[in-house]
Design a protein around this ligand. Structure first.
Ligand code: GDP
Ligand code: MG
Length: 303
């Protein structure tokens, strides 16, 4: 490895994955990193941060930035913060992956492409979920995208079925600049276990309540005690799930607390798998009206 760095053959760079919600950005990243790194659900805004996930190779380091999905028509402080995270990622990136669904470009795609054009960034376009459409319908869409920007490459893929993934990786490798390592050779993320625990909980809430509450929910880890003697040596994690209204709290808790208990079990299983050790998880649901407009609170929970 040292030799590779000395001879200037090492490649490293930032690759931002951007796109509207639900196109499969987190699924793709999880595929690259080969474990469940980022929350996945059918609900927009499962990813609400700019998350670094590093693919470490013998002679390369791909620093992926997973980003929140860009939506239109929301203007509260929280929504604006999410958009600015995407802009940050675009700016930091050596290479941008724009991910889209198998449909035609819409308002959000055009907006993101304009942004890229201003920054003059190299970009790979991935048309994901091609398992859902017949191949012959893809060609006109590819042509329409090709007219909008000079993409390095336009690749139809299925992140779910792993179709086209290898091709994507080899194009990224071609585009990756020669550089010394950017992060430690052992680093795979900039996020703490605390953060991942909150992501897993949020994902479960979203998966279960995808009609009722998503935009109004956030998670805060209140306590995180490793190997707690009070809990039989397991890690003890307590988390607050915030909602904006009392009826949302009622929905989340469910009859006799049943719904919340199930969310807790599912989240705990994922957290345990990621951490590789036993966890005792306690969840609380709290009402906090208009948290999306509350600068101080947003800062407290990491925005
Ligand atoms: P993100 O919001 O862009 O991060 O999207 P996610 O990765 O959370 O994925 C959104 C939904 O699309 C999830 O239900 C995924 O399982 C699903 N999905 C992702 N990739 C594919 C794919 O290639 N084909 C199909 N059919 N579904 C996919
Ligand atoms: Mg995501």
């Amino acid at each position: 490895m040292e030799d590779v760095i000395k001879t200037g053959q090492f490649k490293a760079g930032y690759v931002a994955i951007i796109g509207r919600p639900n196109v499969g950005k987190s699924t793709l990243l999880n595929r690259f990193l080969k474990f469940k790194f980022s929350g996945v659900s059918q609900k927009p805004q499962t990813t609400r941060h700019k998350i670094l996930g590093v693919l470490q190779g013998e002679d390369y380091q791909i620093c992926f930035l997973d980003t929140p999905g860009v939506v239109t028509g929301q203007s509260d402080v929280f929504a604006r913060r999410l958009v600015s995270l995407v802009m940050d990622a675009q700016q930091e990136a050596d290479l941008i992956i724009l991910m889209v669904g198998p449909g035609y470009p819409g308002e959000i795609e055009r907006y993101l492409i304009d942004e890229m054009a201003t920054l003059k960034k190299p970009c790979i376009l991935l048309i994901n979920k091609v398992d859902l459409v017949p191949k012959h319908l893809l060609l006109p869409k590819i042509e329409e995208y090709a007219d909008l920007y000079s993409f390095k490459e336009i690749i139809p893929i299925s992140a779910l079925r792993l179709d086209g993934i290898d091709r994507v990786l080899s194009i990224i490798m071609e585009e990756l600049p020669i550089s010394d390592p950017i992060v430690d050779r052992e680093t795979f993320t900039d996020r703490s276990e605390r953060f991942f625990a909150s992501e897993m909980i949020l994902e479960k809430v979203f998966q279960r309540y995808w009609k009722e509450v998503p935009y109004f929910t956030c998670v805060e880890i209140d306590n995180f005690i490793e190997a707690s003697s009070e809990h039989g040596g397991k890690d003890y994690i307590s988390a607050n799930i915030y909602v904006e209204r009392v009826n949302q709290r009622r929905i989340l808790i469910g009859k006799g607390g049943k719904a919340l208990k199930e969310v807790g079990i599912e989240a705990r299983e994922d957290i345990e798998e990621l951490f590789g050790r036993a966890v005792y998880l306690e969840l609380w649901v709290k009402v906090r009206p208009r948290w999306r407009e509350d600068h101080r609170f947003l800062q407290e929970i990491g925005y």
